[in-house]
Design a protein around this ligand. Sequence first.
Ligand SMILES: Cc1cc2nc3c(=O)[nH]c(=O)nc-3n(C[C@H](O)[C@H](O)[C@H](O)COP(=O)(O)O)c2cc1C
Length: 183
Amino acid sequence: MKYAVIYSSKTGNTKKVAEAIHRVMPEGTGIYPVDEAPEAGQVEIPILGFWVDRGLPDEKMKSYIKKLKDKKRVGLFATLGAYPDSKHAVETMERSKGLFEKNCRIFATFICQGRIDPVLTEKFKKLPADHPHAMTPERIARHEAAKKHPDALDLANAQEVFQKAVKYICEEGEDSNDCEYSA
Ligand SMILES: Cc1cc2nc3c(=O)[nH]c(=O)nc-3n(C[C@H](O)[C@H](O)[C@H](O)COP(=O)(O)O)c2cc1C
């Protein structure tokens, strides 16, 4: 199989983005939760989606990534509680790219906010004020904002990134000196 969208999602946010991307992928593209992902050798260009766990892909996706060492091209997308243009989001994506070999080209990336599990929000609310994760008004606002995501615009943006990137691969061929698409 040429492309497969493979995602890890605990509460459904990343799954929504995965399904949106899959809808605009070329015919024959598979979509799999990471638990049911095909063997690495069966997919030429994996498009991997994960939820951010402490600044990295979640454990399940991290384990799957370890099996993809020899891939020449990979797409990455993620959902997280932080704002997508925050330092944390940018650094998380950079760290995630760093899990791949140097010669693996990350041909497209996308990251957006995703509703934070209310259990986690409630846990944070109970932390003492001097705790590094204590809920400040800014954090409360961010958790509130995250509740609306991924929204229709996030899904459309994710589709645009991957559609453009895949079109470029088709037109320019596999070994072109391509750039990374992101939003
Ligand atoms: C245990 C845990 C750790 C998390 N760590 C982070 C984090 O480091 N940074 C962040 O921005 N969001 C973090 N989040 C928020 C999730 O990444 C976010 O809500 C994501 O959209 C969940 O995706 P899912 O619905 O596909 O599981 C964390 C959530 C949980 C439950």
